[in-house]
Design a binder for this molecule. Structure first.
Ligand code: PBG
Length: 334
């Protein structure tokens, strides 16, 4: 605790809030377009765009439209796009083989973006849920999510994503040991330059609801993900997970969800000083967008305030469905 010294009688904090110029000089943090990572949902077909009812303004896009979206994002200066496939239910199995099909939807999208828009970094999701008949991030047997079998599957999945041209792999599955296993396999396979952003502190959260609708996982998923995702009551555990993932070879670490977990971001950044990110997840997007559409808050101001809060908490960047909108607002000087 900082001791409270005798007050300076003329201490007036409002002096530096008086004009825009003085406020700019006293501003501690900046939100830039370069801090944004844009998650997008991919579907099959061509020229297809479907709205996601629980995420107004967000669409599932076929690969050709994802390429256009990536080009627009690159023009705005957004450094990275993160792909989430909506998989045909007929391709979902208990062994999740579609996850490591080199021609699955996600891998086709990676190749198409890297061919047309080479400058934007492509990030992937490494987890089995889009391909799993059981809707879980891991392989399920007798109702149990199997750790080590899942890690073997994730390694195969990560290698085909790297082969397709992904710049950043995002293991979001929360199995133990997957970062080290993926890192070793990448090195052995000539993909030593591919970065890993570990979903290191990922909580079992109700804020993922709209996402599961968007990728079509809600129907398949029975029960919850509490045996592998973190208990929202825990904080020390997040530091131990981040430390473990950095030791195993993660280049970047993520906290997820974002806004309710900014205390975790701050602890992680202070403890390790590693490149630190947060995911403003689907439910957070839905809250801001939903309230704005009802006329209850100013959506643009709330969006920018929420994103600045991530920077203030210590994030180097944020995954946000608002990325293009935020980029346009930042460029307008808002
Ligand atoms: C799945 C995954 C999830 C999200 C990203 N990757 C959902 C989950 O864990 O159930 C959530 C993202 C969001 O809610 O925006 N591996």
């Amino acid at each position: 605790m900082r001791p409270i010294s005798a007050p300076c009688p003329s201490l007036r904090f409002r002096r530096l809030r008086r004009t825009p110029a003085l406020r700019a000089l006293a501003q501690e943090n900046v939100l830039s377009v370069g801090d944004l990572i844009w998650p997008v949902f991919v579907r099959d077909g061509a020229g297809m765009r479907d709205a996601i009812p629980s995420m107004p303004g967000v669409n599932r896009l076929s690969v050709d439209l994802v390429v256009e979206a990536a080009a627009d994002a690159a023009d705005l200066g957004i450094p990275a796009i993160c792909l989430f496939p909506y998989t045909d239910p007929a391709l979902k199995t208990e062994a999740c083989e579609e996850a490591w099909n080199p021609d699955n939807l996600a891998n086709r999208a990676i190749r198409a973006i890297k061919a047309a828009v080479p400058g934007i970094a492509v990030m992937t999701d490494v987890a089995l849920d889009p391909y799993n008949a059981k809707g879980h991030d891991g392989i399920v047997r007798d109702g149990v999510i199997l750790n080590d079998e899942t890690v073997e599957a994730l390694v195969k999945m990560a290698l085909v994503q790297a082969e397709a041209g992904a710049d950043i792999l995002g293991p979001s599955d929360m199995m133990d040991g997957r970062i080290g296993a993926i890192r070793d396999a990448l090195e052995a396979d000539g993909h030593g330059d591919v970065a890993i952003m570990s979903y290191a502190a990922k909580y079992a959260s109700a804020f993922y609801g709209p996402f599961r609708d968007a990728v079509g996982a809600s129907g398949a998923l029975k029960g919850d993900k509490k045996t592998y995702q973190m208990n929202p009551a825990n904080s020390d555990e997040a530091l131990r997970l981040v430390e473990r993932d950095l030791q195993e070879g993660a280049d970047m670490v993520m906290v997820k969800p974002g806004m309710p977990y900014l205390d975790i971001v701050r602890r992680v950044k202070d403890a390790f000083g590693a490149p630190t990110y947060a995911y403003q997840v689907s439910g957070e997007y839905a809250m801001i967008r939903g309230a704005a559409l009802n006329g209850w808050i100013d959506g643009e101001k709330a969006m920018l305030e929420s994103l600045m809060a991530f920077r203030r908490a210590g994030c180097d960047g944020v995954l946000t469905y608002f990325a293009p909108e935020a980029a346009r607002a930042i460029r307008r000087g808002l």
